[in-house]
Design a binder for this molecule. Structure first.
Ligand code: E4P
Length: 221
């Protein structure tokens, strides 16, 4: 499973990129608003940092406008993926962008039917929203699992991005059900890496290493 960052905050991207595991980034209008920057400026800086797909969301529910925005975004960088809401107009735009060779990420997916229709329309990525579905008593990870099964059984050229992840268990569960990609807020990845036994073990190793170092210095004296 590939790890993407779900943020547009440049310092967060730089920090986690040093871990050596970031394969792409997803943004949305809310994440870009958090940066306080102009939409294009924020996206361009993300694109300059990331050596992988960067999803950039369209801001319309009219197919012609979505396609036009998508064509514009595609000029911003070779790794732009045009994010499109999974609506009637969105599906029309996804199929047209596919024909133009511009990759798309179908977003705001909350049902298997939406996954099926977006994947069949030609989306290169589909993004079931795990956390938001869980919030209303749904089964977000179950939807990811069903979406993965559908695209794989039908041999579609479409990766499932497990999105709207809220806590480390969502990351493990995404991997267990075969999500191709998990897009994670940086704070989630930091929590996912932590384990109290690692902290205790490291403290003990440091303490013993200091004792051993003293012994070595003693021998040298
Ligand atoms: C993914 O593409 C979305 O931008 C994101 O995961 C949404 O997450 P949220 O539900 O925490 O806003």
């Amino acid at each position: 499973m590939e790890i993407y960052l779900d943020t547009a905050i440049v310092d967060e991207i730089k920090e986690i990129q040093e871990w050596g595991l970031v394969r792409g980034v997803t943004t949305n209008p809310s994440l870009i608003a958090q940066t306080g920057r102009d939409y294009k400026d924020a996206v361009m800086e993300v694109l300059s940092l990331v050596d992988g797909p960067v999803s950039v969301e369209t801001l319309s529910d009219n197919a012609a406008e979505i396609v036009s925005q998508g064509e514009e975004y595609a000029t911003w960088g070779d790794l732009v993926v045009v994010k499109v809401a999974t609506t009637v107009e969105g599906l029309k735009a996804i199929s047209q962008l596919r024909a133009l060779g511009i990759p798309t990420n179908a977003t705001l997916i909350f049902s298997l039917n939406q996954s099926i229709l977006a994947a069949e329309a030609g989306a290169n990525y589909i993004s079931p929203f795990v956390g938001r579905l869980d919030d209303i008593g749904g089964d977000g990870i179950g939807l990811v699992a069903e979406s993965v099964d559908y695209v794989e059984e039908n041999d579609l050229d479409c990766d499932v991005i497990s999105a709207s992840l809220r806590h480390p268990q969502h990351l493990e569960d995404s991997a267990k059900v075969g999500a191709h990609i998990a897009t994670c807020p940086p704070s989630l990845l930091k929590k996912a890496l932590k384990h109290p036994l690692s902290d205790i073990g490291l403290a003990a190793f440091f303490s013993d290493w200091r004792k051993a170092s003293r012994n070595v210095r003693g021998l040298e004296e």
